[in-house]
Design a protein around this ligand. Structure first.
Ligand SMILES: *Cc1c(COP(=O)(O)O)cnc(C)c1O
Length: 371
């Protein structure tokens, strides 16, 4: 029998929870104040401070953050909301929740982010909002997209679910427009489930706070139809510790990505492109499988799995190719780049708990792939 060195499986994502997180959550449990309270308030204040925005409103997940950000615009049934065709489905679904019509714009083949030129072409007299996505942790072109929105008096929402601490021209994402963050366990920082909305608009912040908690202005006085979208103190306490560690996590992600860039070297696999003037925080490290690659992406994934390396496809279809959207009549959206990249992208492990020997093993394994 061949001797094989046993290695631990390298997962595609892994949250880092240490003693400090465990203590913080334990302290909340012991206090008895489990639901939304002081820890959530403190988490909001520190998150706002970190981004350099006036308001942060914590909610129970990232999908709800997007849902409320769109809901708060008060749009009419049938109004159009433009989102990139290449993203996680929640980005577009938050328009559907409000009876609005998602319209899909194509993405740039190198950054995988919304293509401003294509966005411009999708604008109609009914366009009311654009949701840009900082996909994989790389900011979209905020200056071009903001300009298009300002010219058309169109609201801009930033889907920052993958981009905690990412920057554009020296400013943090989520501080340009209404920012929507997720703290799901695979994201760059976690509260288990969790989300945050960020804005410099005080009136909008007040509206979001009302919507989050049954429209309650205090003492069971309900001013508007609201929800229970609150975050728990348990999550707030976890978030406070994770936020303190975010810069250290991010530095490690960036360093890991640089290592993979330097060491992956096989014909037909392109390492990620990084735009100018951005801080890319590598939520995912995504390679492209080119036509010159000797085999299929799926074969490469199987090979990596057999060698103990997790990988994933974010995302295998353009949003409008999903059964849900086909059913809704989205049959001819023509976003060729989104469709093409959805067949080529492959996410490799880049999370902060990887050691240099793990990264070397991932690179060597990919380089030694034979079709
Ligand atoms: C994770 C994610 C969401 C949704 O966040 P949840 O907390 O899982 O609801 C939305 N948009 C993008 C781009 C995401 O990656």
């Amino acid at each position: 029998m061949e001797m094989m060195m046993m290695r631990d499986f390298i997962p595609i994502a892994k949250p880092i929870i240490g003693d400090e997180e465990i203590k913080a959550v334990g302290d909340v449990l012991k206090s008895g104040m489990l639901a939304q309270g002081e820890s959530v308030k403190q988490f909001e204040d520190e998150f706002a401070g970190y981004l350099g925005v006036k308001n942060a409103i914590a909610v129970n997940n990232g999908t709800v953050a997007l849902d409320l950000a769109i809901k708060a615009l008060g749009l009419q049934k049938g109004d159009e909301v433009i989102t990139p065709a290449f993203t996680f489905i929640a980005t577009a679904n938050c328009a559907l929740y409000q009876g609005l019509r998602p319209v899909f714009a194509d993405v740039d083949a190198r950054t995988f982010n919304i293509d401003p030129e294509d966005l411009q072409k999708r604008i109609t007299p009914r366009t009311r909002a654009v949701i840009g996505v900082h996909l994989y942790g790389q900011p979209f072109d905020l200056s071009a997209v903001s300009e298009i929105c300002q010219d058309g008096k169109i609201a801009l929402v930033e889907d920052c679910a993958q981009a905690h601490g990412a920057g554009f021209q020296g400013k943090k994402v989520g501080s340009f427009a209404t920012g929507c963050f997720s703290f799901y366990p695979t994201k760059n920082m976690t509260t288990g489930e969790g989300g945050m909305i960020t804005t410099n608009d005080d009136a909008l912040a007040a509206r979001l706070r009302l919507l989050r908690s049954h429209g309650d202005t205090g003492k069971y006085n309900h001013a508007t139809l609201g929800y229970n979208y609150r975050m728990m103190n348990l999550q707030g306490a976890l978030g406070l510790v994770q936020l303190k560690r975010l810069e250290e996590f991010t530095a490690k992600r960036i360093k890991n990505a640089a290592f993979l860039n330097d060491n992956i070297n096989i014909k037909g696999i392109s390492t990620p492109y990084q735009a100018k003037n951005v801080r890319h925080v590598y939520h995912q490290y995504v390679v492209r499988v080119e036509d010159s690659f000797a085999s299929s992406r799926e074969k490469l994934m199987e090979y990596l799995l057999a060698k103990g390396i997790g990988s994933a496809v974010h995302y295998p279809k353009a949003v409008y190719e999903q059964p849900l959207y086909r059913e809704l009549g989205y049959t001819n959206e023509s976003c060729p780049v989104s469709e093409d990249v959805s067949r080529r992208v492959l996410s490799l492990p880049v999370h902060p708990s990887l050691r240099e020997e793990d990264l070397a093993y991932i690179s060597e394994t990919i380089n030694s792939f034979e079709a």
